[in-house]
Design a binder for this molecule. Structure first.
Ligand SMILES: Nc1ncnc2c1ncn2[C@@H]1O[C@H](COP(=O)(O)OP(=O)(O)OP(=O)(O)O)[C@@H](O)[C@H]1O
Length: 295
């Protein structure tokens, strides 16, 4: 089995300092090279904060108290100091729920694309950056890449912006893409197209993906393995096949039992808390922590 590109161990997070509001209670997960892994759970369960910590986007805030370990290519992101983003370079990229607000409204796509490419290749000329940007946009089926490069995000549709964001995220060939509910801010058709595109491109390039989702239908289609998160704890993990065929945790069962009753596979209205949902973690066979992460 290949090495994990991302290994998260016993990740704990509180907002408002050490004695503040606890949000994560010891998350452990890993993503191996080329693997598609989903983190699924309802709103507020801690999916986005896990992704943001993995990207090094929360650590700097004085209100954030995080412990545990997030290792990416051997680089520690929790205790790694201020230059995490630089040292991690372009090996990890992220796409967000709402592409239009994730892109900078005051710069044309061309300038933003150049910045992204220059962060991966400092010596790249403007002409070469534009050539690569056009090729990247063509790859995500943008019909007129030159025109898209000359546009501002607000001049493009949500679906187009989503494609631009995928193209930018993959432009420097990251080893891992973290996708936080991509396209959920858009309509369902665009969301499905976005996932299809992301799936095709990452598969073609062998990019590992950590997909954050509340949508079990999407998870089933997209991922090889699934972690189910409930109120800041992983309650079950296994291969997608294992989890859907033989869900063992009461919370996972409750989620799955509700799928046919809801449109689009989103999470149903479950009771917010149930003593059953606090049952211990269940790990399916063959889905334990990687050996190298146990030490
Ligand atoms: N900056 C913040 N300050 C204080 N609390 C926060 C902050 N960001 C998130 N939280 C809290 O952390 C918890 C987890 O939030 P998170 O955004 O990770 O949930 P989520 O599972 O991604 O939900 P959603 O699907 O709605 O995005 C929530 O209770 C949220 O209120």
């Amino acid at each position: 089995m290949s090495e994990p590109v991302l290994t998260i161990r016993d990740l704990r997070l509180a907002f408002g300092g050490r004695r503040g509001h606890p949000v994560l209670h010891g998350i452990s997960l890993h993503v191996r090279a080329g693997e598609k892994v989903a983190l699924v759970g309802e709103s507020g369960s801690g999916k986005s904060v896990t992704a943001r910590l993995a990207m090094g986007l929360l650590q700097e805030s004085p209100r954030v108290h995080a412990t545990g370990s997030i290792r990416f290519d051997g680089i520690e992101a929790i205790s790694g100091g201020r230059d995490i983003a630089r040292r991690r370079g372009n090996r990890v990229a992220m796409i967000f729920q709402d592409p239009t607000s994730a892109l900078n409204p005051t710069f044309r796509i061309r300038g933003q694309f150049r910045d992204v490419l220059r962060s991966g290749d400092r010596g790249i000329s403007a002409a070469e950056a534009d050539r690569r940007a056009e090729a990247a946009l063509a790859e995500v089926s943008i019909p007129d890449p030159k025109r898209a490069l000359d546009s501002y995000a607000f001049q493009l549709s949500g679906g187009m912006n989503q494609r631009v964001m995928i193209a930018m995220a993959l432009a420097n060939r990251p080893a891992l893409l973290i996708a936080d509910e991509p396209g959920t801010a858009l309509d369902v058709t665009v969301q499905a197209q976005t996932l299809g595109l992301m799936s095709d491109l990452t598969e073609k390039r062998g990019t590992a993906v950590l997909l954050i989702s509340h949508n079990l239908g999407v998870v089933r289609e997209f991922s090889d393995r699934v972690y189910v998160i409930y109120r800041g704890r992983i309650v079950e993990h296994g291969t997608t096949a294992q989890l859907f065929a033989e869900p063992r945790h009461p919370y996972t069962r409750a989620l799955l039992a509700a799928i046919p009753k809801i449109s689009g596979g989103g999470l149903p209205d479950l009771p917010e808390r149930s003593p059953e949902f606090e049952s211990p973690l269940i790990v399916h066979e063959g889905c334990g922590e990687p050996v190298e992460a146990r030490a």
